[in-house]
Write a protein that binds this ligand. Sequence first.
Ligand code: 3SK
Length: 517
Amino acid sequence: MQACPEQFNFAQFITETNASRADKAAYIDDQGTLTYGQLADQVARFADLLGQLGIRREERILLSLHDTNDWPVVFLGALHAGIVPVAINTMLPPQDYAYMLEHSRSRAVFISGPLLETIQEAMSEARHEVEHVIVARPEQALPAGTLALEALMSKAQPVPATPTLADEIAFWLYSSGSTGKPKGVVHTHANLWHTAELYGKPVLGVREDDIVFSAAKLFFAYGLGNALTFPLAVGATTVLMAERPTPAAVYKRLVDHKPTVFCGVPTLYAAMLAYADMPSKEQVAMRICASAGEALPKDIGDRFSQQFGCYILDGIGSTEMLHIFLSNRLDDLRYGTTGKAVPGYEVELRDDHGQPLPAGVIGDLYIKGPSAALMYWNNREKTRQTFLGDWVKSGDKYVCDEDGYYTYSGRSDDMIKVSGQYVSPIEVENVLIQHAAVLEAAVIGVTDHQGLTKTAAYVVLRSGQQASDALQVELQAFVKSQLTPVKYPRAIHFVDDLPKTATGKIQRFRLRQQSED
Ligand code: 3SK
């Protein structure tokens, strides 16, 4: 593998790589096609637009867009200008946006029309003042103080790329922790290139003639690689979908656009297999699929392969490593395991004292590889705990068998991974205890009959309150009203008390043990 050049701008690299494909579709969304020629032109114009707004190199903009053709234009356009997009989850409540605005000190916000109200609420809460709010695909007349992306783009001219360094800060993503606020994970231009060279091309095997579709959204590191870095690095075509990835919505794209590469998460694969109106093998065209976010149960892999005649490559990555570093391969696949280290990465299992462990013993997973983030922005302590010289501590527990295959054994802390997203029990508990009927709450992850993780809450009611199905539904709705939907507890158990240490700390591990009995 050749080295990444010292002076390197990832957006410029993508434009140059695809210069001979001007008429080929780079992206297809529900509203139309964006060719490689149009992408290059719009990326260079968007960089000018940022300059006209007075935003300068190394400053940050917040990107909260649905997966449409605007997303790659805004992301790559910022990189082209040497400006840093902070790409965030579009499903967050206003408080989270307010935190991210303050923490990133973004000078401008680029937002999809349907998200405008949420961001306005966040801006009224945040202590940092955003100078520009630019709306993509507005749904109604824009309120005063906001601008339409399309109108600004029509006035912009293509400008040359800023000659950034490979190691220069390119973009941020947010990663949630078990306690405290989300962490701003800072990545370089070269990191994108490394993930394509090490995983996208050789392991997933994305090729120029592929049509790629990722149900995981572009604001996730997983989706960013699947639907931007890898297809653009080889000149493939990518299908984007703005709506939530329900089985119906996903199958519609699989049947209408016939993607050859599909990327999902285990919960989605399970829901797709349970869907009543599943298409036949002949109606779809996947040649390879990827799964990440949580361990893919063997049974789901087997049944999906049987139904559609293609394998799912299960792997694990992290926002900190930007993409997958441990994976199955088409020529070396063992369902139920996460496979082996992706060549170019090293992985190690260590005990509590940092000593390497032999096969068969569960340990903490550490990774070494060139796509590691630089740091967590303005968080020295967490940066020191995670980025340890050449090695990065993942926070996952794994076991390696005698043949070298790694199997997921849970989170090192109490974090729960649902549908590929971390859910902090503390965050959900803090919402539950705000309800008038709730005295105490503890939240754990439980494995359902398909081997997938779901959150379950154990709730102690205030005296005089009665446990009932109606109250369970009310509490679930209460959590949903304050947190992103993936976090609401799928089961609520009413209990008389919670297991605690002598100092009053909730012992979630005891609840986990009870739930397994
Ligand atoms: O959750 C994962 O396994 C993952 C995969 C690729 C990139 C990022 C993440 C968190």
